[in-house]
Design a protein around this ligand. Sequence first.
Ligand code: ADP
Ligand code: MG
Length: 348
Amino acid sequence: MSNITLGIIGGGQLGSMLAISAKKLNIKTVIYCDDPDAPAQNFCDEFISGNYNDKEKVIKFVNLVNYVTYEFENIPFKTLSEINKLKPVLPKPSVNRLIQHRLAEKDFVNNLNIRTTRYASVENKSEIEALEDLLPGILKTTTLGYDGKGQHPVNTVEDFNSLNIDYSKGYILEKLVKLKKEISIIITRFNDQKYEIYEPIENKHEDQILKFSKIPADIDKKIYDQSKDWAMSIAEELKYVGTLCVEFFIDRNDNLYVNEIAPRVHNSGHLTINAYNVSQFENHVRAVCGLEQIPLKKISNATMVNLIGDQITNYRKFPKFSDNEFFFDYLKKEIKEKRKMGHITTLI
Ligand code: ADP
Ligand code: MG
């Protein structure tokens, strides 16, 4: 056993997969999560359930670990920065604060001369008429959204009237991109100019939730190179440590746009567990805990299908898979509509 213990904030499937990778590297994990039923408690060495503002419990957690990381964005900045005074938090709390706010995130990306869709902040209803050229668009909460939650498609100015929205919470209106495809880049940054970067992954969403991913992505060389370059510029500018995902849109004229950044491991990278010598999870643990960087090698092309809601039920009852199929059950207690319950990766 190494003598490193990694603290992970958040106890969903991403936390589970980080804990599994850490175990493989002989690193102990302690998970802190506000959900007492968090599935990652099945995979870590120690589990603490508590509110993210509960100082006493958070300190108990911090005292058990050498490094702290997180598997989702929506953690109060104050909590992360307080922890960072005691133990290194990676990626840095300031990175998380920037990315958890859709407006700050898009301003940051544009300042690097990297294209995003057009957008504007909406703070009250009276501003909407002036934003007509962003229609059709999607109105999104600036914070706390995931899997399409907090998003409203709007086609006309009249559509805003039928929405019952408290604008004081902070909203962003984004112009709808006429999508040809979506891709993502997963990159692990270890140190200055030291990266491991996976090839672009092609993604399909259903109801704004990721349903399907595959490598190789069916894209041309220009987009292949540009998406990797942009992901590297973003990671370098943030002085990022750990695994990061950049989600991209490709429009019908083959223009590339950054959709959003996830300062963490990402659902589209689940296939890296089976398709590469080192997964996005292992790379994250290696970077955060200061372990050796190993050159990435692809083992196989792959597809990944998310099992959402009761799509998991049949696979639980009849777990019959071929040698090239890998089934992951996140062991969530309750099946809920639109909830990610598991996935299947197929090597092709
Ligand atoms: P989340 O934080 O929920 O992942 P995203 O902004 O990534 O939010 O939106 C989820 C999905 O909704 C995207 O992957 C895409 O399929 C669709 N979508 C979101 N914004 C736009 C947009 N401006 N134009 C086209 N499609 C969009
Ligand atoms: Mg997204």
